[in-house]
Design a protein around this ligand. Structure first.
Ligand SMILES: N[C@@H](CCC(=O)N[C@@H](CS)C(=O)NCC(=O)O)C(=O)O
Length: 205
């Protein structure tokens, strides 16, 4: 079976998939197709495989392409036996924390698009601040409720949180999430040193 992952190195959603592949020891099992585009100009985005024109999209020769990132991660985890999704009932915690991290990512990416895609005169600073408040509220909730989970055996929720925190550094570094969330900052300092994270760092040469 041939698998082709359409993506871009800077996309945090794509990074989650690449971290999973690295953790499964399957980095070279999936061909990477670098694409670029935006809602205004779909460019080389994989619209023939995913009408939404979003990445990641996983093309396969034995069935329809798979999206979005969470479905791709479940699929590859199953295919390669990575073990990053436990059986129920533990699964429900993993999926909930994964969804929480995904919500932070969606918000952080929307903030980037607000500045990148909108006419500067139409950018809403109030909306950007409200979105950042949502992110910091979520960081506090993770610190209050999920640190024991993050300290446990590696799972996809940890990957999603780790990638989301790295994305906050990458795109919103000036907003400084670390001082108010020291436990999460300490956890992330360790997590970011995993080879799977270092080899997918969009800022690494
Ligand atoms: N829910 C999707 C979100 C994917 C997404 O929004 N990816 C961005 C890149 S970071 C994208 O494709 N943007 C192009 C667009 O929205 O037109 C997922 O988890 O895969």
């Amino acid at each position: 079976m041939t698998l082709r992952l359409h993506g871009a190195p800077a996309s945090p959603y794509v990074r989650k998939v690449r971290v999973l592949l690295a953790e499964a020891g399957q980095t070279d099992a999936v061909a990477f197709v670098t694409v670029a585009g935006s809602p205004f100009d779909t460019g080389t985005m994989p619209i023939g495989h995913n009408p939404l024109g979003r990445i990641p999209t996983l093309e396969r020769d034995d069935g329809p392409a798979i999206h979005d990132s969470r479905v791709i991660c479940r699929y590859l985890d199953d295919l390669y036996g990575a073990g990053l999704y436990p059986a129920p009932p533990a699964l429900w915690s993993v999926l909930t924390l994964e969804a929480t991290a995904e919500g932070m990512l969606d918000t952080a990416v929307a903030m980037v698009y607000e500045r990148r895609l909108r006419d500067p005169a139409q950018v809403s600073e109030a909306l950007l601040d409200a979105w950042w408040a949502r992110i910091t509220r979520t960081l506090s909730a993770i610190e209050g409720r999920w640190m024991a989970h993050l300290a446990g055996r590696l799972d996809m929720a940890q990957v999603a949180v780790g990638v989301a925190l790295s994305y906050l550094d990458f795109r919103h570094g000036t907003r400084q999430w670390r001082p108010d969330h020291p436990a999460l900052a300490a956890w992330h300092a360790d997590f970011a040193m995993r080879p799977s994270m270092m080899m997918t760092d969009p800022e690494a040469g």
